[in-house]
Design a protein around this ligand. Structure first.
Ligand code: CA
Length: 237
C-alpha cells in the first residue's frame, strides 16, 4: 500500500484528500504546515508527497528544495492555487514531478498520482541512486534509507556518510559545496556541525577510504568543494 504524505493547510481540503486517498487504498499521513512536513519526512518513509505551496511556517517551495537535497527520488506532486506559468515552471524546476492547480478534479488527481507512483517504481526514476564504477560494477544507494552497495558488496556507511555520498552521487561530476553538505547534515540538530570545523574533511577522508578499491574518486576542488568523478568513458557500460 503506497504511503503518502499530504501537506495542506486548508482543513476541509486536507480532510477530503485524506478520506478520498485512503479510500483509494493509500496509507495517508497529513501535515498542516511546512515545518510539520519536514519533521515527518525526517522520521518516516513515504512513497510520494502531495504538496501545497502556500503553507504556514515554511513555504511549500522551500520544503520542496529542502526535500530534493535529501530525498532526490521521492515523487512530489504540487497541488496549489497558484496557476501562473511562472509558478508551474518554478515548481517543476525545483524538482516537482507533477503539478496540479486548484480547483482540481479528484479523479484527475488520483490518475496523476497513480502515474507518478508507477514512474517512481521504474529503475530509471529512482528508488535508488546509481553510478557506474566499471564494466561490471555499480555504486548503488537506496535513495531513502542509509544503505549502499558497491557491486554486490554492501558498504558499511553511517547515516551521515550515506547522506554525504548521496549528495555527491546525485551531483556526480559537479562540485558540491561545503555549504550544500552542511545544509543536508543540519537535519541532525543534536549533532550540529559548524562550517569552521574540519568534520567535513574527516568524513570525506572516510568515504575515500571506503571507496578506495572502487576507482571512484572524490576530488577536492580548491576553494569550491568536492566532486565525485565518475568512471572514465572507456569503463562505462
Ligand atoms: Ca495553502
Amino acid at each position: 500500500m503506497p504511503s503518502l504524505l499530504i501537506v495542506e493547510d486548508d482543513e476541509l481540503l486536507r480532510d477530503a484528500l485524506v478520506a478520498q486517498l485512503t479510500l483509494a487504498g493509500h496509507t495517508v499521513t497529513p501535515a498542516t504546515d511546512g515545518a510539520q512536513a519536514q519533521a515527518l519526512l525526517e522520521s518516516h518513509r513515504f512513497d510520494g508527497v502531495i504538496l501545497d505551496l502556500g503553507l504556514p511556517k515554511i513555504s511549500g517551495m522551500e520544503v520542496l528544495r529542502w526535500l530534493r537535497l535529501r530525498l532526490p527520488a521521492l515523487p512530489v506532486l504540487i497541488l496549489t492555487a497558484r496557476d501562473g506559468v511562472d509558478d508551474r515552471v518554478q515548481g517543476l524546476n525545483a524538482g516537482a514531478d507533477d503539478y496540479l492547480t486548484k480547483p482540481f478534479n479528484m479523479a484527475e488527481l488520483q490518475a496523476r498520482l497513480a502515474a507518478m507512483l508507477r514512474r517512481a517504481r521504474l529503475p530509471a526514476f529512482g528508488g535508488s541512486l546509481e553510478m557506474i564504477v566499471d564494466s561490471t560494477r555499480r555504486l548503488r544507494l537506496d535513495a531513502t534509507l542509509p544503505l549502499a552497495w558497491l557491486g554486490e558488496e554492501p558498504l558499511e556507511l553511517t547515516h551521515r556518510e550515506w547522506a554525504l555520498l548521496s549528495l555527491l552521487v546525485t551531483n556526480a561530476d559537479q562540485v558540491v559545496s561545503r555549504e550544500d553538505v552542511l545544509e543536508v547534515w543540519q537535519t541532525e540538530p543534536s549533532d550540529a556541525i559548524t562550517a569552521g570545523s574540519n568534520a567535513l574533511e574527516v568524513y570525506i577522508h572516510r568515504l575515500r577510504r571506503k571507496l578506495a578499491d572502487s576507482g571512484l574518486n572524490i576530488r577536492n576542488v580548491r576553494g569550491l568543494g568536492y566532486m565525485l568523478e565518475s568512471a572514465p568513458p572507456s569503463a562505462r557500460l
